[in-house]
Design a protein around this ligand. Structure first.
Ligand SMILES: [Zn+2]
Ligand SMILES: [Zn+2]
Length: 340
């Protein structure tokens, strides 16, 4: 098969990602092989390819095929797989394997398993023609969803859903979403489903246009004014997905006293006023039940992805556009001509 592989992470200008022929996977017990239809391009893929996470042991193998929001069709099944058959439409999220025995795995928080294996970081991911997956972490994609459009449900979708599920908001509450890229545009829709009044805040005119299309009650152009100052003490909850300490500080300032900030990015805060009694929560992915809930909501038309399609062999170009901030929404790599 052909795939995009990284031998040694390096800046994109040095072309660390190579489209080339490599061995196709074979399924072991409890595993299956997926003929990849689509794989979303995530900022974390960029971090991996450029070597930002080498200190943290990512990538764990060399060469590695990146990519962790993957959809496709089952092409082969291993021994003992009963929930899937060849030809099934499926998807895989970043959580590729979990131990099923630790305190997290046995309490519906398997995304926090300390032994977790992440798709495309510890094992090969979806930037190729085929990918190996575990049946226990593979999901059926509803028939009415396009496989390429469904790919981002498997990282931005579950990430946005997991973040909104950490809030207790509904009609009458005011919520702000800071950062409207891949995750933000889905978190916005999950926030709207709670019945709260939702404000979308970003610097990109394209991102704000998408937010308007998706039903945001208000949009705020952060390239024109400081939203922390203009919207100080305005929101019962804020969600932030922009990897910027400046934005995190603005988000905290826009939060009401007693409100909750949920962050899906690292943050360093210079100031935290305990007397405002605010809560800060981190959020990563979600569990398997939540992933299936995301797929159900998408199937019912309650949330949708906005994608820019690229041929699979143009992964490096898609990453460059992401690095340059020139994507309108989520890039998805697709294998053309494959039955889907
Ligand atoms: Zn991702
Ligand atoms: Zn575990």
């Amino acid at each position: 098969m052909f795939a995009n592989e990284v031998d040694t992470p390096a800046p994109l200008a040095e072309h660390p990602l190579q489209w080339r022929e490599t061995a196709a996977p074979t399924p072991g017990a409890g595993q299956l092989v997926i003929a990849v239809a689509g794989c979303g391009v995530c900022r974390s893929n960029l971090h991996l390819v450029e070597g930002d996470w080498v200190g943290g042991g990512v990538p764990a193998i060399s060469p590695i095929i990146p990519g962790h929001e993957v959809t496709g069709v089952v092409s082969e099944i291993g021994e003992g797989v009963s929930d899937f058959a060849v030809g099934d439409r499926v998807g895989v999220q970043p959580l590729w394997w979990s131990c099923e025995q630790c305190e997290y795995c046995t309490s519906g928080r398997e995304q926090l398993c300390r032994q977790r294996v992440i798709t495309g970081e510890h094992v090969n991911g979806g930037y190729g023609e085929y990918m190996l997956a575990n049946a226990a972490h593979t999901y059926h994609v509803p028939d009415n969803l396009d496989l390429v459009e469904a790919a981002p449900l498997f990282c931005p979708g579950i990430t946005g859903f997991g973040a909104v599920s950490k809030l207790d908001v509904g009609p009458g509450d005011r919520v702000a979403v800071f950062g409207l890229g891949g995750v933000g545009h889905l978190a916005l829709q999950f926030a709207l489903l709670t019945g709260a009044e939702v404000t979308a805040i970003a610097r990109s005119a394209d991102h704000l246009a998408v937010a308007r299309e998706l039903g945001a009650h208000r949009v705020f152009d952060a390239s024109q004014a400081d939203p922390g100052e203009a919207l100080e003490d305005s929101f019962d909850a804020v969600l932030t997905f922009a990897p910027s300490d400046v934005v995190s500080a603005q988000a905290l300032r826009a939060l009401k006293w007693g409100g909750t900030l949920v962050s899906g990015v690292p943050l360093t805060l210079e100031e935290f006023h305990f007397n405002k009694a605010q809560t800060i929560k981190g959020s990563i992915l979600g569990n398997r039940d939540q992933m299936n809930e995301v797929l159900r909501l998408a199937s019912e038309g309650k949330v949708r992805t906005v994608v820019d399609r690229f041929p699979m062999d143009r992964a490096a170009d898609a990453l460059q556009l992401l690095a340059d901030g020139r994507l309108r929404s989520r890039a998805v790599l697709e294998n053309g001509g494959r039955p889907a």
